[in-house]
Design a protein around this ligand. Structure first.
Ligand code: S3P
Length: 448
């Protein structure tokens, strides 16, 4: 697989106690949506705390290519001068979304009901991922898509000049699919309805309402029914992006498996559609507490305190929780290696179509470090070796996947021998300050 430039081989060595405060970057999902909805509003949206990772920067460039003005004021402060719903211009060149499935799928939705043609591409990981899950519902609006075999990028979308509204039940639990349909529905007349059986992250619904769209959510026997009235004038917003619970997962899990640790991770968004990992860790017996619970910008927020937890037990992770922790299974499997007993993770087929096949990628790396893993199509299990029992000493592949790379670096902090990685460069997609932040807590990460 071709990477993001020169590979960065890294090694994580057993660390002393991890202590201090871990100020993780802004939420990736909310950052993408701030730029996209800002570009679809009329006037200036101001964003603070934007995640300045490669994925989000690529979305910013895409919004600019579509005619919005995106300005970096420094220090995580950005502004977007939007062109209004239906106001996107045809870009002069191909839109490169890099590694980001969220970026490409949401932007596909945003342009699908404008009379423009847009060609999308990405890196080797993104160009291998399924796009039909998005282009199928977009076709119902009248959007045409031509890509490579299997619905892969590069792909050209011809937006519907005369879109019709859509009623769509998502066949997979995916916030990206839901969001793509809702964004397309913005420029369709009438009401677009999305029905999801399992609740997935609801940042799009919350933010659309914040921007002044007429959107309602009803819990029914069919599932969550989301109804959006088309052709609103979106009003520019002032957005403070909360910190990313998916990034917080790394210092939290590192502290749980590293002897003597005590780490505070402040200001983490605990939206129930995102916080499943933290409840799972508590179920395993982790010493993880929520301090200073409060509500900010309509989202629940707390400071997380994680301490070394040598008494964790393997559990069956409730499949109903999967959507709320879908990006956290890789690092959970690392924690499970340091618990006693088996951790079973079922109902997680979606892990096979992320930035990498995350079950396969983690199983390979865990086995290379002496951990026993069993797997099936939509489940996997990890045999815990106890707090002092993980041998380490192996070299793992990151498969162009930031969360795989960071998970194995966390593993090295508690394992008996160093854990190495072929390429840490993907970490920059979501957590560009991972190395200095973890180093500041006491982790020993080296570039080889
Ligand atoms: C995301 C949705 C999830 C998640 C991804 C971010 C989003 O993907 O894995 O990292 O911001 O909407 P799916 O929609 O494929 O579940």
């Amino acid at each position: 697989m071709s990477g993001h430039g020169t590979p960065i081989p890294m090694t994580s060595h057993r660390a002393g106690p991890l202590t201090g405060v871990a100020e993780v970057p802004g939420d990736k999902s909310i950052s993408h949506r701030s730029l996209i909805l800002g570009a679809m509003a009329v006037g200036e949206t101001k964003i603070s705390g934007l995640l300045e990772g490669e994925d989000v920067l690529d979305t910013g460039k895409a919004m600019q290519a579509l005619g919005a003005e995106v300005i970096n004021h420094g220090g995580g402060n950005w502004s977007v001068h939007g062109v209004g719903v239906g106001g996107f211009a045809e870009p002069e060149n191909v839109i490169d979304c890099g590694n980001s499935g969220t970026g490409v799928r949401l932007i596909m939705g945003a342009v699908a009901t404008s009379p423009i043609s847009v060609t999308f591409t990405g890196d080797a990981s993104l160009n291998g991922r399924p796009m039909a899950r998005v282009t199928d519902p977009l076709a119902l609006f009248g959007t045409q898509a031509v890509g490579r075999k299997g619905g892969r990028l590069p792909m050209t979308l011809v937006g519907a000049a005369d879109p019709v509204p859509v009623r769509y039940a998502t066949p997979v639990p995916s916030a990206q699919v839901k969001s793509a349909v809702l964004l397309a529905g913005l420029n369709a007349p009438g009401q677009t309805v999305v029905i999801e059986k399992e609740a997935t992250r609801d940042h799009s619904e919350r933010m659309l309402a914040g921007f002044g769209a007429d959107i309602s959510v009803e819990e029914t026997d069919e599932g969550r029914v989301i109804t959006l009235k088309g052709r609103p004038e979106l009003k520019p917003q002032v957005i403070a992006v909360p910190r990313d619970p998916s990034s917080a997962a790394f210092p939290v899990c590192a502290a749980l498996i590293t002897p003597g640790s005590d780490v505070l991770v402040p200001n983490i968004g605990l939206n129930p559609t995102r916080a499943g990992l933290f409840y799972t860790l508590q179920d395993m017996g982790a010493d993880l507490t929520f301090e200073n619970k409060r509500t900010e910008g309509g989202e629940p927020v707390a400071d997380l305190r994680a301490k070394y937890s040598p008494n964790m037990k393997g559990i069956e992770v409730p499949p109903a929780r999967a959507a709320s922790m879908i990006d956290e299974y890789p690092v959970l499997s690392v924690v499970a290696s340091f618990a006693t007993g088996t951790t079973m993770m079922a109902g997680v087929k979606e892990l096979r179509v992320k930035e990498s096949d995350r079950i396969d990628a983690m199983a390979r790396g865990l086995r290379a470090n002496g951990v026993t893993v069993a797997e099936g199509d939509d489940w996997w299990s990890v045999e815990g070796l106890g707090p002092d029992g993980v041998p380490g000493g192996g070299t793992c592949e990151s498969f162009l996947d930031h969360r795989i790379a960071m998970s194995f670096m966390v593993m090295g902090m508690g394992a008996n021998n160093p854990v190495s990685l072929d390429d840490g460069s993907p970490i920059a997609t979501s957590f560009p300050i991972f190395e200095p932040l973890m180093g500041g807590l006491g982790a020993k990460l080296t570039r080889n």
